[in-house]
Design a protein around this ligand. Sequence first.
Ligand SMILES: Cc1cc2nc3c(=O)[nH]c(=O)nc-3n(C[C@H](O)[C@H](O)[C@H](O)COP(=O)(O)OP(=O)(O)OC[C@H]3O[C@@H](n4cnc5c(N)ncnc54)[C@H](O)[C@@H]3O)c2cc1C
Length: 614
Amino acid sequence: MALFGGRKTVFVDSDILVIGGGMAGCGATYESRYWGRDLKIVCIEKANIERSGAVAQGLYAINCYMGMQWNENQPEDHVRYARNDLMGLVREDLGYDIARHVDSTVHKFEEWGLPMMRDPKTGRYQREGKWQIMIHGESYKPIVAEAARKAATEVYNRIMVTHLLMDSSKANRVAGAVGFNVRTGDYYVFRAKAVIISAGGASHIFKPRAVGEGMGRTWYAPWSSASAYGLPIQVGAKMTQMENRIVLTRFKDGYGPVGAYFLHLKTYTQNGYGEEYESKWYDHTKALVGNYIDRHPVPTCLRNHAFLEEMKAGRGPIRMVTKEAFQDPHKEVVGWENFLGMTIGQAVVWASQNIDPKEINPELTTSEPYVMGSHATCSGAWASGPEDFAPAEYQWGYNRMMTVDGLFGAGDTIGGSAHKFSSGSFTEGRIAGKAAVKYVMEKGRDEPRVSEQEYRDLEKAIFQPLENYRVGRNEIVAGTVSPSYLLPIHGLQRLQKIMDEYVGGISTNYMTNGVLLNRGLELLAMLKEDMSRMGAEDLHQLQRVWELHHRLLAAESVTHHTLFREETRWPGYYYRGDFMKLDDQNWHCFTVSRYDRQTGKWTLEKAPVYHIID
Ligand SMILES: Cc1cc2nc3c(=O)[nH]c(=O)nc-3n(C[C@H](O)[C@H](O)[C@H](O)COP(=O)(O)OP(=O)(O)OC[C@H]3O[C@@H](n4cnc5c(N)ncnc54)[C@H](O)[C@@H]3O)c2cc1C
């Protein structure tokens, strides 16, 4: 049988194509329908939107809610907060845009049936912290997905999108996407007038702490495979702040979150000898970053920095003091429920290690780095800002449109706008959906064209790993090792090792420098050469292959950005050993990159940071 003998090609036309049905994708689908009553709106998801994305297993808190109805916070306050946490560098126009709309999103969630916790005294939403409100969130994702399902013309579950399609008649305009059904193997060609990418950030590009028997246990969802970055990078969309990876302080071995413990249970940390340690590192940190250490709250990276220095000084482990709080039965319940709602694995780890937090203060650790534009970092695509608020230099048409015509993004995809979390990502999806509808309406009959040659060439490349495996499998020399192909797990581990050792992962205590980064780029280039030799035994592995392609592109981008920024802006997230200090004079700016797929070359430039909010 010929290579494509048994495979069906399915063509789907739409006005708006949403790639990734997580929080942002559901928001984009919902809002596109609101503004585009008669438009064909299609949402594609590699899993099933019912339980897909980072919110799949539910959450215990909504981390971005202003509370404007009770005058708790204003959008400007949130911009100041995010700017402070990110050491001065955020796109204030984008952050403000989300903050001013996010409350209405949360009110919709409640209307759709999400159980909110309320303060019995005030009747307001129960606050966990200044920005967080508490929910009974096991069914958070199904509730949000239902709204998207009802709004979409069609939802295609189980489709892994591998590439975007470009307009054959106009340069730099998107025309759709291609992918395959991970269950049937059918090839899908989606033609669209506008595309919104909401395909989730990047876990697993750095070697995780949990390897061997614990492999796969990570802080962020392992299925967040960098498509939010890989897809736009491939077609030349500019990216920003990709060096701004995040490292999380988490409960050891289970990656259980600490936010509710600090904020709600009022627990605190100590070194191995029961001493407070953060204040000891004040002078040392001030010498590196200047007055940023005096900000309130202390930026997250600087708190990590004190943790890491204390460990290096030999006074670990760092522990969370839970014994006091857990004497209160209410707090004890909240402490356990916090995991049961979102990181059940941590409760299991504690049970298996004889840790009762009422009796023992559990250990903390710092995670491997992640690249997540919706969380407390700024990595992602360089996007046009809101018409009424963004400086001219940040505007080239439609809100949340990338530097590729007709290509929009939201959630993890969009850079420069940290601290969106689940509610902010849905909100940004709504913003992108509204703008995409406007784009489609204004373009009218000016539609992109798709070249058959392009999607047939892509088909060949996409399914080639199945053929590589079929042909090469009889040459296996030992176990799963073959001289003629590389399996996705081997490629992934090679990627993680390179990133870990050269780009500032856990094994170097997040330290790197120009020499290491340049060597890292050489090794990544060698891995890239080998990607044409990937083998896939089945469709599941084929999906892993394409996830690896996206991770590799994101990893390359992170490495180039880290090399370009010659300072250490976020000690505690990573260190440039050759430029250990924060350098506001030269680097109070965004880094912006572009990948040229014809030449394989990256170009980097600086872009100004505008402080719009005082
Ligand atoms: C452990 C953890 C705890 C968190 N805690 C909180 C919290 O307490 N409060 C809070 O508000 N937020 C929290 N967040 C953050 C929140 O979940 C994210 O900010 C939000 O989900 C980001 O939305 P998104 O749409 O960008 O990505 P996601 O919601 O992850 O959605 C991405 C979607 O794209 C799909 N996809 C990926 N690649 C492809 C592809 N190639 N083709 C097709 N589909 C694809 C994925 O399957 C997924 O459905 C937490 C996240 C994690 C992982």
